[in-house]
Design a protein around this ligand. Structure first.
Ligand code: ZN
Length: 629
């Protein structure tokens, strides 16, 4: 009893020292000092975040490429700070010649950018002034400072041309557009980083507050609009027959062809000469839309919450030529089921998703814009990845621009866990190695090994992608292997519960996993996420010890990776002994694995599986394939 108490007290001591071992930038330390974030990984008692309401009107009249918009933004300052100005993001200026970018802008990608035709602050018209050196982000000085707990009304009229070459948004064909990042918005102002003044450079992604939206999109007759949010009054835009099919899809497991190629050719799907499609969504980081006069519309639904039996709608919009898309609704249902019940096993949080055929392989809240592929298995694989993003970054409000490993790293982890369900271990491992690990581990240059924690906005080129996809995914999977599925899931859920709808930092994640597992894992976070390194383990010695053998493994690369030891005995029998990352807790450089056996070991081979080893030449004992001992 007494001993038990002492252990508890010691555990208590280590709880208060969580995160002390990890490097912390000064702004994170300040957030702890101000109690906006707590050192146990919870939002602090002074946590706050800002919010806005957007009322947006868009007119798109294809084949004209010009999109016109007007909006009212009500931006609420929940911070304790007086804001003398705001930063406005104008993402469509990425298409403007001269815009800084880490990706070459081909001629068909260029447009004249965003034209602000009208601007007002609190109802007062102002001249929009933008330095020619500002492109995707622009500062606006407020005549009257925005006090804490007060709000400012901003209004914009603007227009821009859809780019011919489509990426995350743009023209899919002459009468099919994908609208994303299409409206001027207030940048995130948060409690530790202040204003997000980073330019959009194409290879890095986004950071958004949780806002409320009403978006009206006016399009010509016979155009369907798909997008984020609830379609309000569908009876005002759809002919009764199509309205009926649309409504049926909300309770149907089976795919309903709401509008076929023939239906669209008959031009009788929508009601009026021009239709305004209204979508609303609250507490969501962004809105995106697709529109077309010939894309086929399929839909069904799927139960995503077994306690309430809530169904989510799954829709697909695609060109008749995209054969893989005929099964896309089924792929979407399948993915939402796996995500809701297996990993992360959190009910899909939205009412719907739409997978729209484009050129991006990109996620948006309630939307994915995916290419068409010959291989339906690959189409499903990509759809699963994009739908996994529902949780990170959207459910969790991640700063993808700076900490992409908190977003892509998790989508890649869930993608692998879904692939295991879909295709079994051998194939899933093969996919994962090929797409997520090989590019990193086969390149011996320093760029590939820089610490994952490096803010992504200052990284580009070689190593950047691996730092946000494969490397962190392996880190999360090594953690899962070490904690076991149950504890891993429990701590992941704790993180998701604490930070859903907020803006977690990497330290909030690490601290939450420490406090919710009751383990100080700083040694693991430090070597996997904060240090340069790679995976290279070597067997250095196999010797008789006690009632068996001890196998010495040297960690050359520095990452605390798990692996299998494949043991062959002199009698020809074999055994696989798995060790998890905890073998590196006491000593990161060297571990000893005990094997209790009465048999004689002939040889041992080390195999990391998806934890691919940079140098497999030192993975066997005896080295090479000589003789036993
Ligand atoms: Zn992704």
């Amino acid at each position: 009893m007494q001993r038990f108490l002492v252990i508890l007290m010691l555990a208590g001591v280590s709880v208060s020292s969580y995160s002390q071992g990890l490097y912390k930038p000064r702004d994170i330390q300040r957030a702890f000092d101000k109690n906006t974030r707590s050192t146990d990984g919870r939002p602090g008692k002074n946590y706050w975040q800002n919010k806005a309401r957007y009322e947006i009107n868009i007119t798109a009249l294809p084949p004209s490429r010009t999109v016109k918009g007007s909006e009212q933004i009500s931006y609420i300052n929940n911070s304790p700070d007086t804001l003398r100005g705001v930063y406005i993001k104008l993402f469509m200026n990425i298409h403007k010649p001269g815009a800084p970018s880490n990706v070459p802008a081909l001629e068909d990608y260029l447009t004249s950018g965003v034209h602000i035709d009208g601007f007002a602050v609190n109802g007062q018209k102002r001249q929009w002034q933008q330095s020619p050196y500002w492109f995707t982000v622009a500062p606006v000085r407020l005549d009257k400072p925005l006090n804490p707990k007060d709000s400012v009304q901003l209004s914009f009229d603007w227009h821009y041309d859809m780019s011919l070459l489509s990426n995350r948004e743009g023209m899919i064909d002459s009468t099919t557009f994908f609208l994303a990042y299409f409206y001027p918005r207030v940048a995130v102002y948060d409690d530790y980083y202040g204003w997000d003044r980073n330019s959009f450079l194409e290879d890095h992604e986004f950071y958004s507050d949780f806002n409320d939206y009403t978006v009206n999109i006016t399009v010509p007759n016979n155009y369907i609009v798909w997008g984020t949010g609830t379609l309000q009054k569908p009876e005002t835009v759809l002919q009764p027959e199509y309205l009926k099919r649309f409504q049926q899809s909300f309770t149907s497991d089976k795919t309903i062809n709401i509008a076929t190629k023939e239906d669209l050719a008959s031009k009788k799907v929508t009601l009026n000469k021009s239709n305004t499609w209204q979508f609303t969504a609250n507490n969501i980081p962004d809105m995106a839309f697709g529109l077309s006069d010939h894309f086929i519309w399929d839909a069904a639904s799927v139960v995503v919450d077994s306690t309430t039996n809530r169904r989510a709608s799954v829709q697909a919009a695609y060109n008749d030529t995209a054969k893989d898309y005929r099964e896309m609704v089924e792929h979407g249902q399948h993915a939402l089921k796996l995500l809701s019940f297996k990993w992360p096993a959190v009910p899909y949080p939205y009412e719907k998703t739409t997978i729209f055929q484009g050129y991006a392989g990109m996620e948006y809240p309630m939307m994915a814009n995916d290419e068409t592929y010959e291989d339906p298995i690959f189409s499903r694989f990509v759809a699963e990845h994009e739908l996994a993003h529902t949780y990170m970054p959207f459910y969790m409000g991640i700063n993808e621009n700076r900490y992409g490993f908190m977003d892509e790293g998790w989508a890649t982890t869930f993608e692998y866990l879904m692939a295991l369900e879909d295709m079994g271990k051998e194939k899933a491992d093969g996919f994962f190695k090929q797409f997520r690990v090989e590019g990193w581990i086969s390149d011996p240059s320093a760029e590939q090994d820089m610490p994952i924690i490096t803010p992504g906005n200052v990284v580009s080129g070689a190593g950047f992608g691996n730092n946000i996809y494969g490397k962190p995914a392996l880190g999360y999977l090594a953690l899962k292997d070490m904690l076991g599925d149950q504890l891993f899931k429990k701590s992941l859920h704790e993180y998701m519960n604490r930070w859903n709808g907020k803006h977690p930092t990497p330290w909030d994640y690490f601290n939450t996993i420490n406090s919710s597992t009751g383990k100080n894992l700083d040694w693991f976070w430090n070597s996997w996420f904060f240090q340069p390194g790679y995976i290279d383990l070597a067997i250095t010695e196999v010797k008789k010890a006690g009632s068996g053998y001890s196998i010495s493994v040297k960690n050359i690369g520095g990452f605390p990776a798990p692996a299998d030891l494949e043991i062959t005995y002199t009698d020809g029998s074999t055994e696989t002994k798995h060790f998890n990352a905890s073998v590196w807790e006491k000593n990161l450089k060297q571990a000893t694995i005990s094997v209790a056996t009465k048999k004689q070991i002939k040889s041992v081979k080390l195999d990391g599986g998806i934890f691919m080893d940079a140098d497999t030449k030192n993975n066997s004992f005896p080295a090479g394939d000589k003789k036993g001992f």
